[in-house]
Design a protein around this ligand. Structure first.
Ligand SMILES: Nc1ncnc2c1ncn2[C@@H]1O[C@H](COP(=O)(O)OP(=O)(O)OP(=O)(O)O)[C@@H](O)[C@H]1O
Ligand SMILES: [Mg+2]
Length: 228
């Protein structure tokens, strides 16, 4: 059987200039296949977060074209953005939890739009919270958790509605080695179930021994596009 790799993300000649400054991204061409898991690395300020932000319309490109799961982001209207966001789970450096909601509620809120029964919500939320190792704190308020625990709640929140694409921006930045390994394993499991993942990180140990593709940004230029 011939398998054709279907791109789920396509960027062509993408440029991003934040008003008045030198470009954060210059002529980025990138294709990511459905079900791929790629690492995105590069020095601080090289454009990693900018690239990810463009993929869920948190920022708009100043040049070039971006297509995500057949949605052309250059023509996407504001009212269509929620449809894009349902397909794209984001784990960001500045994760924002609702501080006075419990761990359970912070995660369950992402499922509201799906119209699941209370029982289904409970089952899914509990399972994902267990997989990030926070079951014993499920009824704590987010504000009562440590930074690393909050980061794990943000990860659970991003993946609980099973989006086909996950964009993770330094998702292990506040975590110790053991927790980092757990998060990478969770990403591997999600990827094994078909989720496309872009994982931005400075931590070379996460990708030096994998077969994953590693993308490197340097001063806004995508320098290397090869297997890691
Ligand atoms: N809102 C903004 N306004 C102006 N310049 C910005 C803005 N956001 C980012 N930049 C600039 O764009 C460049 C790329 O920033 P970006 O946050 O994408 O880098 P990064 O690779 O994610 O860095 P880090 O590893 O430190 O997170 C930097 O020079 C940064 O100063
Ligand atoms: Mg960044």
């Amino acid at each position: 059987m011939i398998s054709i790799e279907q791109p789920i993300i396509q960027m062509q000649g993408v440029e991003k200039v934040y008003g008045g400054y030198s470009p954060a991204l210059k002529g980025v061409d990138l294709e990511i296949s459905k079900g791929e898991f790629v690492f995105l690395t590069g020095p601080s300020g090289s454009g990693k977060s900018t690239l990810l932000k463009l993929l869920f319309c948190a920022e708009r490109p100043t040049g070039g074209s971006i297509v995500v799961d057949d949605m052309d982001l250059s023509t996407l209207s504001g009212s269509q953005i929620p449809y894009l966001r349902r397909k794209v789970g984001v784990i960001f450096q500045d994760f924002k939890l609702l501080p006075n909601y419990t761990v359970f509620d912070n995660v369950a809120l992402s499922l509201e739009v799906l119209g699941l029964t209370r029982k289904q919500v409970e089952k899914r939320v509990t399972a994902i919270i267990e997989s990030v190792g926070l079951l014993e704190k499920i009824n704590r308020l987010a504000v009562q958790l440590s930074g690393g625990e909050q980061q794990r709640v943000a990860i659970a929140r991003a993946v609980v509605n099973r989006p086909p694409i996950i964009l993770a921006d330094e998702p292990t930045g506040n975590l110790d080695r053991a927790r980092t390994t757990e998060v990478v394993e969770l990403m591997n499991e999600l990827n094994a179930r078909g989720t496309t993942i872009i994982f931005a990180t400075h931590d070379e140990t996460l990708f030096t021994n994998t077969h994953r593709r590693v993308l490197t940004l340097r001063e806004g230029i995508l320098e290397r596009d090869q297997k890691g």
